[in-house]
Every structure is written in structure tokens, then in C-alpha cells.
Design a protein around this ligand. Structure first.
Ligand code: FE2
Ligand code: FE2
Length: 287
């Protein structure tokens, strides 16, 4: 599907996610390494998404095209809700393991420092580089969901799928914003290694902090980005096509809208618009 940049299509879904105190760190015991991926996202998201919001809100007055400004506003609203709900989930985990609180503070501090240190062009390039990867990732997760989520807590699994589906929905927004306000492909490409280096630095903080704060017996598996994601059951062609899709995000004429929409993704949007309670949709309603 090719929508082009005229986009008031983004929907702000104010879902009342609930994370009661019985949520467990090891929320996906059938594949704890994938459960840990959820934690990397969870500890990263509040600092990372608010960094994008601050940067894009700063860029909105520079936008000459009202359609791009509208898309930017809706993008910020979606990301604001992602950050808010991830923060609520992290707060429940911090109550159980108080040593986690400095991890989330440190990540927020990293992104606040980056916002002060770098230029608006850099911030928009960071968002464009990272956001472009989410449509291949959403396609990968939706297509391999039965292997990744096993014996899972539907409240967390459904929450992560909501986030990914909205990442899929606004897959071209950060690139549209970057192209409109900055425009240089070479600058974005040149900054990509710095973006990856910064992300890996944040992953280090999360691994070090979470492994120290949560007893190994509660973890299922220690956080280690090098640990396999129990991917052996995922067909090789799925892994290769995801790597190819990720690589393509760095090409000059890459259009995130050209990433094929999986059937499950289409069903998720349809179910959500029909009023189904998405808070336990996956895997309870749609395995
Ligand atoms: Fe997000
Ligand atoms: Fe996003």
C-alpha cells in the first residue's frame, strides 16, 4: 500500500492498559529471551519516545506543509501514549524490584543529554533511522508470533502488539518529517552509525541495571542481547527477509509504505476499529 505523505490516517487510541501488581518480570516464560526484548523496549521507550516528541514538537513550526504538521502532531500523540503506558508497566516492576528505578532514570538522562548536545537535524535523523526499522520488525513479530510469545501473559503480549501495530501504522511519519524539514539523505545515512552506537549504549545500561536489580531466579533468563531468541523454529527465509527489509531502510528511495502488510496486522486494525477490547486480544482472541 502506498499512501504518500498526505496523512491524517493516524489514529490516537487511548486504550486503558492495566498493569496490576501480579504482573511478573518473566511474563513470557515459554520464550524468556523474547520476554527480555519486551523489557529492553519498556525501559527504553519512555526516554526514547519523549526525546522524539520534544524534537518533533520543536520542528513543527518549521513545517510549511500542514499535512506534514498534522501527521507530526498525531505521531507525537501516539508516541506519548506509548511512553506513558510503558512507564506505568515499568513502575509496577520498580515496585517489585526497587533497584530498577535508577535504570529508567539513567535512560531518561541519556536522552535528555542527547537532546541538549545535538542539533534538531540530528534528532530528526535519529527518529527517521530508528522508526524505519519498526515496520520490518512488526512484520517479523506478527508473522512469527507463535514462536516468540509462548505461555505468555496476554496483558503484556497484547500491550506490546498494540505498540508494534501503531509503530507499523506511523511507519513513514518520521521519514516524512525528516525529508520535509532536513531533507539530506547523506546526512541521515552518515548519522546512522552514531544512532546505533547510542542505542547500544542504552542497551548496556539496561542490561547492567536490570541484571543487578532482578534476582536471576525471577528472570527466566538474564538479559543478554547476544542470547538467541529461541529462533530455531522460525524459517530461515523469514529471518533473511527481515534482515533484507532492515537493510533496505537505509536505501535512498526506501519507502516504509512498501513493506508488505501481514494479514494479522490487517486483522488487528479491523478488530480494534470494530470495538473489540484489545487489552487481551493477543493471544486470547487472535492467537
Ligand atoms: Fe512508540
Ligand atoms: Fe514510533
Amino acid at each position: 500500500m502506498n499512501r504518500g505523505p498526505m496523512s491524517s490516517h493516524l489514529k490516537v487510541r487511548n486504550i486503558d492498559w492495566q498493569f496490576p501488581d501480579d504482573v511478573r518480570w518473566n511474563w513470557n516464560p515459554g520464550n524468556p529471551s523474547w520476554g527480555n526484548v519486551g523489557h529492553y523496549i519498556g525501559f527504553m521507550a519512555p526516554g526514547f519516545e519523549r526525546y522524539f516528541i520534544k524534537s518533533i514538537r520543536k520542528a513543527i513550526p518549521l513545517m510549511r506543509d500542514p499535512a506534514i504538521a498534522e501527521e507530526a502532531d498525531l505521531f507525537c500523540k501516539q508516541e506519548g501514549l506509548h511512553a506513558k503506558h510503558h512507564q506505568s508497566l515499568v513502575a509496577v516492576l520498580c515496585k517489585q524490584y526497587p533497584g530498577l528505578k535508577p535504570v529508567t532514570d539513567e535512560i531518561t538522562g541519556e536522552y535528555d543529554a542527547l537532546f541538549e548536545k545535538e542539533t534538531l537535524e540530528f534528532h530528526l535523523a535519529y527518529a527517521a533511522v530508528v522508526e524505519a526499522t519498526f515496520s520490518p520488525l512488526a512484520k517479523f513479530v506478527a508473522g512469527n508470533r507463535q514462536c516468540l510469545f509462548r505461555d505468555t501473559d496476554p496483558r503484556i503480549a497484547s500491550f506490546i502488539m498494540w505498540h508494534l501495530m501503531e509503530e507499523y501504522e506511523h511507519r513513514s511519519s518520521a521519514l516524512n518529517i525528516y525529508n520535509h524539514v532536513v531533507g539530506s539523505y547523506w546526512y541521515r545515512l552518515r548519522k546512522a552509525p552514531q544512532v546505533v552506537k547510542h542505542l547500544m549504549h542504552c542497551v548496556d545500561i539496561i542490561e547492567r541495571g536490570c541484571n543487578a536489580a532482578v534476582p536471576a531466579a525471577d528472570m527466566g533468563m538474564v538479559m543478554d542481547r547476544h542470547k538467541p531468541l529461541y529462533l530455531e523454529e522460525i524459517p530461515l527465509k523469514n529471518k533473511l527477509s527481515t534482515l533484507f527489509d532492515l537493510f533496505c531502510t537505509l536505501f535512498p528511495f526506501h519507502n516504509p509504505d512498501h513493506v508488505e502488510q501481514p494479514e494479522w496486522v490487517r486483522q488487528w486494525f479491523e478488530a480494534e476499529s470494530s470495538g473489540i477490547d484489545m487489552r487481551t486480544y493477543f493471544p486470547n482472541v487472535s492467537p
